[in-house]
Design a protein around this ligand. Structure first.
Ligand code: NAD
Length: 484
C-alpha cells in the first residue's frame, strides 16, 4: 500500500518541488490523525521563478484571440467534470465541508469556467462620438499583465476559479498562491488546467506559508495586479503593499451578515434560511448569516422553531452519509470559534443551544463544534466581529426601522437578507441596507456566478468580482482616437 501522495508546485508547465526541500502534511479536520497528503513549503525563490514564468508567457497569451483562450477554459471545465467526485472528496477531506456541498462547489467551478470561456466572444468596448467628425473614437480593453491570485481555504475551487477564469480570458497570466490548508484541492484544479493544454507559464502555482509567500507576491515587481480574498487583517496589508508600488489590487474580505425576520414573515421559511445561511459549511462562508434580527411579536415563536430545527442537525465527518454539518476547517478556526463562545458567555449573552465540542463517538480527533445559538444585544463582540463558525446571535427589535438600523450597525457590509411579505419593508431594505448583496426571502449566502459580487464598507476594496463586473479589475480601459 502506498502512503499519502506528495503534491508539487507548478511553474513554467512543470511540476516541481520547493527549493527548500521541505513539505507540510495536510490533515483531515474530521480526524487530525488522517494525513491526506504532503504539500510544498516553498521559498520566495520559488515564487520568483513562478512570476518570471508568468511574465515570459504573457506576450504570446495576450496575442491569442478571446475565442482561442476560451477553448482552454472549456477544456479545463471538461477536465474538472471528469474528476468531479475525486476533487469534491479531496475538498471534504482537506477542509471538512460535506461531500454534497463540496460537489456543488466543484460543479459551480465548472459553470464559472464555461461562463468566462464565452466571455472571450463578448464585446469589450464602446464607440463614443468624437467632436471631430472625421475621427473614430472608441474604448478597448487590455490585460493587466501578470496577476497574483491569493485565496482562502473556505471555497478552495470556486474562489480560485472565479479569479483565474476571468484573469485568463482577458489575457492575463497567473501566479496562484492558494491557502496552504487546501493546497491539494488547488493542485488538482491546476492539474485540470494543465490537462487542458494551457501553454507553459500561463498558470503557475506555489504553495507555502501565506505571510512569506503572499507578501512576496504582492511586492513582486513583475506582478501587475493582485486579487485577494481572505480576512480583513491580511487584506489591509495586501492593499497597502500593492498601493505603495502602484500595483492594481482587489480585496474581498469578511462579513457579519444579518437576516431580518419581520413580524409578517413566513417563519418556517425564515428558520430554514437562517439555518442554511448560518450553519452550512460550518458557518465558514464570508456570506454566512450570523446576526438574526427578529421583530418582537414573532420573536419567541421564531426562536422556538429555530432551536427545535437546530437540535436535529447531525454533526460529523463530511464524507459520511447523513452528516449535515462537518468540522471547523482547522485547529486555529476551532480555537477561534470556542474563544468567541466563551466571550459570548462572559459578556452576558444567553446560550440557548450548543456551545460545546460534541462528545459523540468518533468525533474526538476532529475540530467539531456544536451549532450554537446565543440571545444577545447588538453591541456584544459576538454580534459585531466575524466569528466564521456555526454561531448565531438572536437580537430582538421593536420595529423595522430599528431592525434596519441594527443590521447596518457593523463595520462590514457584504450580504444581508430580509424575510417579509410587505413590499414597503422590502423597498426600504433595498434602499437603506449597506451591503453589496441584498436578498429578500432568500438566505444571505447565495451567489450567482453571472452577477457582480462584493461588499460595502470594510468587506471589500469596493471592487466587484464575477459576472461581467470582473472585466473592471482584470483589464485596463484604453480610449482610442483614430484619424486618417
Ligand atoms: P487569511 O486572510 O488568513 O488568508 C487568505 C490568504 O492570504 C491565504 O492564501 C493566506 O495564505 C494568504 N496570506 C496570509 N498572510 C498573508 C500576507 N501577509 N500577505 C499576503 N497573503 C497572505 O484568510 P482565511 O482564514 O484563509 O479565510 C477566511 C477569511 O476569508 C474570512 O475573513 C472570510 O470572510 C474571508 N472570505 C471572504 C470572501 C469574500 O468574497 N468576501 C470569500 C471567502 C472568504
Amino acid at each position: 500500500m502506498t502512503g499519502p501522495q506528495t503534491y508539487l508546485n507548478y511553474i513554467q508547465g512543470q511540476w516541481s518541488a520547493a527549493s527548500s526541500g521541505r513539505t507540510d502534511a495536510s490533515r483531515n479536520p474530521a480526524n487530525r490523525n488522517h494525513i491526506i497528503g504532503h504539500v510544498q513549503l516553498s521559498e520566495v525563490e520559488d515564487l520568483n521563478q513562478a512570476a518570471a514564468a508568468a511574465q515570459s508567457a504573457m506576450p504570446a497569451w495576450r496575442r491569442l484571440s478571446g475565442a482561442a483562450r476560451g477553448e482552454f477554459l472549456y477544456k479545463t471545465a471538461d477536465a474538472i467534470a471528469r474528476r468531479i467526485d475525486e476533487i469534491a472528496e479531496t475538498m471534504t477531506l482537506e477542509m471538512g465541508k460535506t461531500f454534497a456541498e463540496a460537489k456543488g462547489e466543484t460543479a459551480r467551478g465548472i459553470a464559472i469556467l464555461r461562463y468566462y470561456a464565452g466571455e472571450g466572444m463578448r464585446k469589450q468596448g464602446d464607440v463614443i462620438p468624437s467632436t471631430d467628425s472625421e475621427a473614430l473614437m472608441f474604448t478597448t480593453r487590455v490585460p493587466l499583465g501578470v496577476v497574483g491570485v491569493i485565496t482562502p481555504w473556505n471555497f478552495p475551487i470556486a474562489i480560485p476559479v472565479w479569479k483565474m477564469a476571468p484573469a485568463l480570458i482577458y489575457g492575463n497570466t497567473v501566479v496562484f498562491k492558494p491557502a496552504q490548508e487546501t493546497s491539494i484541492t488547488a493542485a488538482k484544479l491546476v492539474e485540470c488546467f494543465a490537462e487542458a493544454g494551457l501553454p507553459a507559464g500561463v498558470i503557475n502555482m506555489v504553495t507555502g506559508d501565506g505571510a512569506a509567500l503572499g507578501q512576496a507576491l504582492v511586492e513582486h515587481p513583475a506582478v501587475n495586479g493582485i486579487t485577494f480574498t481572505g480576512s480583513n487583517a491580511t487584506g489591509k496589508k495586501v492593499g497597502q503593499a500593492a498601493l505603495s508600488r502602484g500595483a492594481k489590487y482587489q480585496l474581498e474580505m469578511g462579513g457579519k451578515n444579518p437576516i431580518i425576520v419581520a413580524a409578517d414573515a413566513d417563519l418556517d421559511q425564515a428558520v430554514e434560511a437562517t439555518i442554511s445561511g448560518g450553519l452550512k459549511s460550518t458557518g465558514q462562508k464570508c456570506t454566512a448569516t450570523s446576526r438574526v434580527i427578529v421583530e418582537r411579536p414573532v420573536y419567541e415563536a421564531f426562536r422556538e422553531k429555530l432551536l427545535a430545527a437546530i437540535r436535529t442537525i447531525k454533526v460529523g465527518d463530511g464524507m459520511e452519509a447523513g452528516t449535515w454539518m462537518g468540522p471547523c476547517a482547522n485547529e486555529k478556526q476551532l480555537e477561534k470559534v470556542l474563544g468567541y463562545i466563551q466571550k459570548g458567555v462572559d459578556e452576558g449573552a444567553t446560550l440557548l443551544c450548543g456551545g460545546q465540542r460534541p462528545d459523540a463517538a468518533g468525533l474526538a480527533d476532529g475540530y467539531f463544534v456544536e451549532p450554537t445559538v446565543f440571545e444577545g444585544t447588538t453591541g456584544m463582540a459576538i454580534a459585531q466581529e466575524e466569528i466564521f463558525g456555526p454561531v448565531l446571535v438572536l437580537l430582538a427589535v421593536d420595529s423595522m426601522e430599528e431592525a434596519l438600523q441594527m443590521a447596518n450597525d457593523v463595520e462590514f457590509g457584504l450580504s444581508a437578507s430580509l424575510y417579509t411579505r410587505d413590499i414597503g419593508n422590502a423597498l426600504a431594505f433595498i434602499r437603506e441596507m449597506d451591503a453589496g448583496l441584498v436578498r429578500i426571502n432568500a438566505e444571505t449566502a447565495g451567489v450567482e456566478l453571472q452577477a457582480p459580487f462584493g461588499g460595502m464598507k470594510e468587506s471589500s476594496s469596493h471592487s466587484r468580482e464575477q459576472g461581467q463586473a470582473a472585466i473592471e479589475f482584470f483589464t485596463a480601459t484604453k480610449t482610442v482616437f483614430v484619424k486618417a
